[in-house]
Design a protein around this ligand. Structure first.
Ligand code: AMP
Ligand code: MG
Length: 458
């Protein structure tokens, strides 16, 4: 065996209505695009006997790993506010869990063929979204933002038919603390399956929140992690794009990279996703939408409380603390971006700068990483900032130079679609050192390079 993984898949101890055991659909000609050896090492996976051919066979789903019982998880979710009671992994399969030095993780193939939850989908992914997720999740990791992680990307050799025509098929392998979503809770709540709901809560508490004392405390702790996560997104100009409740990890990781993007020029209303027509998931809506999503999470747990009216009262009181907690966390992550300690004065300075940036169409990332240049662009603000006594080492160390700019991702995908993976590899290397100056990747797009819309591309 070229690769041995010590699978220990606790999710399969849950009742069988939580998932469907299902094998990957074989692909014609798997070939490895990239394997994340750093992540494998962090996970304690010994890859010394694994060739690139082995990796391609395994991470396309063609070769089954000993001890793995592949399965797809069921869930539900609010998609753009409308509830879908039946979703699930339609193009993903869990190979299983391992108990690693990074903690217990799921290892999942994405694009590995249809499952019982595919509805009309083909269960496949094309190389564009696979590379986008690979780049984005590696960037998030380097920026110290909780995220699922990419372990491998493999070309399948089979074309995938999308609006643009036939495209090269690919499979992404991702690693996550778990794939339990707000929508997983909603699935059981929508069926009034109180036993399933209780099993899921017990499992979630054991796996992610061992100190949680019950539903209320679980909501509180999940809320805290979501607040920390989304505040971090805001601090780097990240727009998730599809914060549907099926794409919200209860563990607090960024999950399901679809039409996500990092902003170039700052505007609070920025939307990239082609399907987000009303701007529900616009940059500055991400805090309020997290609040909304957490309200759905709380709603799904009401059935586990002894008294419905009291539960609603208790959960509402808890959720009402969200705006202040989020605002405080937001202030906490933005303060060091100015080299200042959090305070009302710092928050006022941040807000003033953001408002100047939006009027001036200023680049989000580069305004912060060359803050001293605001002496020319925003002189009055600059004077106030200096008067506040910033620590220059702090803001320089806090603000990244390199983010995965949308036009660069698109260029890498266009080249990869034509068979040239060099731009992808160059970009990946740059994203792994976000604080290192890098002229090729720190420059905002020229007008004609700008990408104004991103697609789910699933
Ligand atoms: P998303 O909005 O990408 O998180 O996906 C929403 C739902 O659609 C999930 O249940 C996915 O598993 C499913 N889905 C997306 N793309 C495909 C596909 N190509 N084949 C089957 N199911 C899919
Ligand atoms: Mg999803």
């Amino acid at each position: 065996m070229s690769l041995t993984l010590p699978f220990d898949t606790t999710y399969l101890t849950l009742p069988d209505r939580f998932y469907s055991k299902h094998a990957a659909t074989p692909v014609s000609a798997p070939s490895l695009i990239v394997f994340n050896h750093d992540l494998a090492a962090e996970l304690g996976i010994d890859t010394s006997d694994m060739s690139d051919e082995d990796a391609a066979d395994i991470f396309s789903g063609n070769e089954a790993l000993a001890g793995s019982t592949p399965f797809a998880q069921v869930y539900a979710g609010h998609q753009f506010g409308g509830f879908s009671p039946q979703l699930g992994d339609g193009r993903a399969l869990h190979l299983g869990e391992i108990d690693s030095p990074l903690g217990r993780v799921d290892i999942q193939l994405k694009g590995s063929g249809p499952t019982p939850y595919s509805r009309n989908g083909d269960g496949r992914a094309w190389v564009g979204p696979v590379l986008r997720e690979y780049l984005m999740s590696c960037a998030m990791q380097a920026l110290d933002i909780p995220t699922t992680k990419a372990l491998a990307a493999v070309l399948t050799g089979d074309p995938v038919l999308r609006e643009q025509g036939p495209l090269p098929g690919a499979v992404l392998t991702r690693v996550a603390s778990s794939h339990i979503r707000v929508g997983t809770f909603q699935y059981f709540a929508a069926r009034s399956d109180v036993d399933g709901l209780r099993d899921l809560m017990t499992y979630t508490i054991q796996r992610h929140y061992p100190t949680a004392t019950g539903p209320t405390d679980l909501i509180k702790q999940v809320m805290q992690r979501q607040i920390e996560l989304v505040a971090k997104w805001m601090s780097v100009g990240f727009i998730h794009g599809v914060m549907n409740t099926d794409n919200v990890s209860v563990a607090g990781e960024t999950i399901d990279y679809g039409p996500c993007a990092f902003m170039d020029n700052y505007h609070p209303d920025t939307v990239f996703s082609s399907i987000d027509r009303r701007g529900r998931y616009a940059y500055s809506n991400q805090g309020p939408l997290t609040h909304w999503n957490l309200a759905q999470f709380a709603t799904s747990l009401v059935a586990l409380m002894p008294d419905t009216d009291l539960a609603i009262e208790e959960f509402t009181a808890l959720l009402n603390t969200f705006p202040d907690l989020f605002e405080a966390e937001w202030a906490k992550v933005f303060a060091p971006k100015l080299g200042l300690a959090p305070s009302d004065e710092t928050t006022a300075l941040v807000k003033e700068l953001l408002s100047l940036m939006s009027e001036a169409n200023a680049d989000f990332t580069n305004t912060f990483n060359v803050l001293d240049q605001t002496e020319k662009t925003f002189p009055d603000w600059y004077a106030k900032w200096r008067a506040a006594g910033p620590n220059d080492d702090v803001w320089k160390a806090t603000n990244p130079q390199v983010i995965p700019r949308t036009h660069k991702i698109e260029q890498a995908i266009t080249a990869a679609t034509a068979g040239d993976f060099a731009p992808f590899h160059t970009m990946l290397a740059a994203l792994k050192s976000p604080f290192t100056p890098n002229a090729d990747f720190a420059t905002p797009p020229e007008e004609d390079e700008k990408v104004r819309q991103t697609f789910c591309g699933t």
